[in-house]
Design a protein around this ligand. Structure first.
Ligand SMILES: NC(=O)c1ccc[n+]([C@@H]2O[C@H](COP(=O)([O-])OP(=O)(O)OC[C@H]3O[C@@H](n4cnc5c(N)ncnc54)[C@H](OP(=O)(O)O)[C@@H]3O)[C@@H](O)[C@H]2O)c1
Length: 138
């Protein structure tokens, strides 16, 4: 497969980490979102310990699912978006639920629709939100 530019949301997460490792192994260029760039070194360390290859093809950008800021820049030039981050983790975040999840989905979907392909082949990225098996509650 030709190398794709893939945005993975929630780059510090468990599922996202596996996606990133696999995408890099396949030769793709990966941009991952993270809420704070202060966490980038830790996230990279976890990926490195897990056997990351082509680390130079991985970059991070800051974006919070509950805020519009950063998503347009995150999407720019991407061919595909794997939206696996979630603002709601069962048992971990009290008082959050459907409202946060739909707000998060709207921000990402709006940014994907609005993205223009500065480098991306498709002009606007293909948004993939896995719902079953490897699903996200985002
Ligand atoms: N793990 C599984 O076996 C499994 C199975 C089925 C479905 N899922 C679903 O898959 C999704 C990911 O699971 P996971 O195990 O990878 O969870 P995880 O390790 O807790 O990762 C969640 C990710 O979401 C990010 N995040 C949380 N709130 C955010 C926000 N407001 N804005 C941007 N990013 C935010 C976290 O970033 P921070 O580091 O900044 O908190 C983290 O990177 C969840 O929806 C989960 O329910 C998981």
């Amino acid at each position: 497969m030709n190398p794709q530019h893939v945005l993975v949301t929630g780059g510090s997460g468990f599922i996202a980490g596996h996606c990133i490792l696999h995408l890099l192994e396949q030769g793709h260029v990966v941009r991952a979102t993270i809420r704070s760039l202060a966490k980038e070194a830790t996230a990279r360390g976890v990926l490195r310990d897990a056997g990351m290859v082509h680390a130079d093809r991985l970059s991070f950008v800051a974006a919070d699912l509950l805020d519009d800021d950063g998503w347009a820049q995150a999407m720019a030039g991407m061919d595909i978006v794997l939206h696996v981050a979630s603002p709601v983790q069962p048992g971990r975040v009290a008082g959050r639920g459907r409202g946060d999840r739909s707000r998060a989905r709207r921000h990402v979907a709006r940014a994907a629709r609005g993205a223009r392909g500065a480098g991306g082949k498709a002009g606007r990225p293909d948004l993939r939100v896995p719902r079953r098996g490897l699903g996200t509650s985002a």
